[in-house]
Design a protein around this ligand. Sequence first.
Ligand code: LLP
Length: 422
Amino acid sequence: MTQFEYKDNELYVEKVPLSRIAESTGTPVYVYSETALTDAYQRFTGALADAGLDARVCYAMKANSNLAVIRTLAVCGAGADVVSGGELARALAAGVNPAEIVFSGVGKTEDEIRQAVTANIGQFNIESLPELDMLSQVAHAAGTTVNIAVRVNPDVDADTHHKISTGRQQDKFGIDIGHTRDVYRRAAALPGILPTAIAVHIGSQLTDLSPFREAFTRVAELVAELRTDGHSITTLDLGGGLGIDYGHHTAPDLRDYAEIVAETLGGLGCMLVFEPGRYLAGPAGVLLAKIIYVKDSETRSFAIVDAAMNDLVRPAMYEAHHEIMPVRDPDDGAPPRKYDIVGPICETGDTFGTERPLPEVGAGDLIVIRDAGAYGAVMASSYNSRPLIAEVLVRGDKFSMVRSRQDIATILAQESFADWQT
Ligand code: LLP
């Protein structure tokens, strides 16, 4: 199923040897497989359809917002879940149908709200009363009415890394589920607002499905209450969060997930919106890097690569595990050696993996860091004045650079001396 496989001891993406991409674009570079993206989309929507669900997928483009990636998924039929004016602009530029754009996020500014109202997007997910009032003012002033979902906080622990758990009462997200009926009453009375939906998203990289069941069961109870109050609830937005396998074989089963949705919410006659990010983009991308030096210390061998934590921050930020593979695997029966794969940045946290088995490697050899298609390039920074790196999309035997490598001159050009220094 993966599009990253060895042929004749060479790692390929689809039909392209990764070494050829490295030669053409230089390293480090993010490489995405279009087929992996579209396959993941088909698997996701297929599982929902098989479970008998009326579903729309709004790709959580925070996972990977490269225009070419969004376009790939939009062509498959995906809408988009956006969380900023910038993401909205990207979704529109990539050709996503505005009616299939959901605007999530706890701190939408007035300008961003205006931008989204003007674009006529399909749904606003509201996370607080002041935000609801702001949206009402903007929509009313524009002479329009917008669909809203109230994002609820169901107080469910997603049992994932604490930095990406979003559905506990102490988290900043959503409105306490116990307050939803009041919020709905208020929303129904406000000009410019049409409350028709409930949204919930309890966290990311969930490997255990039971928190989903718990949250969705609470949402089902809430729908019944809101309907008793006289509201027409037509849509349920179930967020994203489905975990992927980063090499520990802990990924939940997609079909079980769909089954849980069907059991808890399938009978309510609602259209269901899903916002997967990582599931669609994560396994579709790798970070391709080159070894600069190998340094042996008393206890360790360090493979120092040209990618760093500014390019892929997940290991440093969440202690995330990513599999690391050599691009050329001699497969000669020699026992692997263990390397710490580290970047050039002046922090010990700039480590992609410790004691990882690799064939004997040396300067100039290429490696890939796997499952880097989600929350990789989008979280990059230019820390240590390292320019943002290139991104490449592959289809079959073709590849194309879909973001060029930033150059240091561009970075410097955005800065200036203070008036009194010139
Ligand atoms: N919907 C909402 C409202 C979200 O906040 C998120 C992710 C998603 C959907 C997509 O979740 P996914 O299907 O990708 O799990 N940077 C972190 C992940 C942050 C997730 C933030 N919200 C990481 O690298 O693990």
